[in-house]
Ligand binder design. Structure first.
Ligand SMILES: Cc1cc2nc3c(=O)[nH]c(=O)nc-3n(C[C@H](O)[C@H](O)[C@H](O)COP(=O)(O)O)c2cc1C
Length: 444
């Protein structure tokens, strides 16, 4: 997780939450003064940066007055760069808000360009970035824009809107900037999440965490196996995030193409039995605080035939195999470790839900299945997400779902993670929520 930037621009000593508002050159820039006022009313300090195009759409003077700060728009500015002002700006905010986000600025940010002050700040900042795109429907739906959106989202940016409605260009459709009040609510929610993550960071320092990730393989013969679509990204993100918060992390990884997060001890396995054994070994090695079973363990088991089957022998040989349901590693772990000082267990459940249902029914169905799993597997927490829809689950850079936690009395609390976000972002959110639920009172 990114450290909270600590450099303050002169004059900002109030402790208010710092929002750097980038206004790009779209017609919705006329809403920027209203947005600034709403952010300030909500207790934020706001620094406005305009793209050169935005200056044609909204008055710099108005924005300076409502934000009570000089507006910045020039990169090569001798008055500011004596103290490397563009980096000072990038280091300042708790949150960067881009509203309106134009197709052009989305493209420049996705390409990593730094050709004006706004793009340079977006490249240099370590603060989270929230975009409120606004543009003509066709521009929004263009594959280039959607590709840029996906790139930025996978890098951790949030997107709010756009809404549907009548657009300044005369089209009716998707592309309107989200209403400033809703945008402020989303920004405040994001800032609250960040504050919770910061507050819970100390709770992870020195804890022993075991994370499993990726698929496992069930071999049929010497070269053929059954596996699943898990890429390991969620487990690796969780392991990296826990390590970044100071936990001692062992990552038991199925076959995946991912680099080990820095400082994480990695044990590579291939089959479910190897994964089970490696997790048990990590648990008995020392007192373990949390076992996070993120891996998608193959549920089919079979004794493989010894050699490589020839094609002609394949079908009869497969028909003769005696398939079994594989061991449920998580259920086996919770059945075995029952002492009061046992590790806490977090399960992950990827669920499909029938198409065509309304959002409320989908949520109810996901939560019904999740509650059943939480109880059946005797885990302390379970994260459930839908699979088979864009933006969620296996092989997607983003994910979203619900975290269910169970307190000692058996009461189950449900926390929605919100819209899909990059998996490392989701990992930070999960750790903050988990520590609050599992070890209330432990904090920074
Ligand atoms: C009247 C007018 C309205 C525009 N509105 C938008 C818009 O809503 N969204 C958008 O992405 N581009 C819009 N554009 C195009 C941008 O102004 C143009 O792509 C510009 O290069 C954006 O620069 P920037 O991203 O650096 O701010 C508009 C252009 C004009 C002339």
């Amino acid at each position: 997780m990114a450290e909270t930037p600590s450099v303050a621009v002169p004059g900002d000593r109030s402790g208010r939450r710092r929002v750097l508002l980038i206004v790009a050159g779209g017609i919705a820039a006329y809403k920027a003064p209203e947005l600034v006022r709403a952010l300030i009313a909500a207790g934020c300090a706001v620094q406005v940066v305009l793209t050169p195009a935005a200056r044609a759409f909204v008055s710099e003077l108005s924005l300076a007055v409502v934000s009570t700060r000089p507006v910045r728009s020039s990169l090569l500015d001798p008055a500011e760069e004596g103290r490397v002002g563009h980096i000072e700006l990038a280091d300042w905010p708790d949150l960067v808000l881009v509203a309106p986000g134009t197709a052009d600025l989305l493209a420049r940010a996705a390409a990593g360009l730094a050709d004006d002050l706004a793009a340079t700040v977006l490249l240099a900042t370590r603060a989270p970035v929230m975009w409120a795109p606004a543009m003509n429907t066709n521009m929004w739906q263009h594959p280039a824009t959607q590709h840029n959106l996906a790139t930025l989202r996978a890098r951790g940016a949030d997107f709010v809107g756009p809404d549907r409605g009548s657009l300044a260009c005369g089209w009716i459709g998707e592309g309107r900037m989200i209403d400033p009040a809703q945008l402020v609510a989303a920004a405040l929610e994001r800032l609250d999440h960040l504050a919770q993550e910061t507050a819970s960071a100390g709770a992870w320092s020195g804890r022993r965490v075991v994370v499993s990730a990726g698929p496992t393989r069930t071999y049929i013969d010497q070269v053929r196996f059954i596996a699943n679509a898990s890429t390991g990204a969620m487990g690796f993100a969780l392991a990296g995030a826990a390590r970044a918060l100071g936990a001692d992390v062992t990552l038991v990884a199925g076959p995946v193409e991912l680099a080990t997060p820095p400082g994480v001890r990695r044990v590579d396995v291939e089959t479910a039995a190897q994964m089970h054994a490696a997790i048990e070994a990590a648990i008995v090695e020392g007192p373990t605080d949390l076992v996070a079973m993120v891996a998608a363990v193959s549920d089919l088991d079979v004794d493989p035939v010894p050699d490589k089957l020839e094609k002609a022998a394949l079908l009869p040989a497969l028909a003769g195999l005696r398939w079994r349901v594989g061991v449920d590693i998580l259920a086996a772990l919770t059945a075995r470790h029952t002492a009061a000082d046992r590790p806490r267990f977090l399960g992950f459940a990827a669920q499909t839900v029938a198409d065509g249902l309304d959002a409320q029914t989908v949520e109810a169905e996901l939560l019904r299945l999740a509650r059943l799993k939480l109880i059946a597997k005797r885990v302390d927490a379970l994260f459930v997400n839908r699979v088979g829809v864009p933006g969620l689950g296996f092989a997607s850079p983003t994910n979203a779902g619900y975290l269910l936690t169970r307190d000692p009395s058996g009461a189950i609390a449900v926390d929605p993670s919100g819209p899909p976000v990059a998996k490392d972002r989701l990992a930070g959110w999960l750790l903050a929520r988990l520590s609050a639920a599992l070890w209330p009172g432990a904090s920074a």
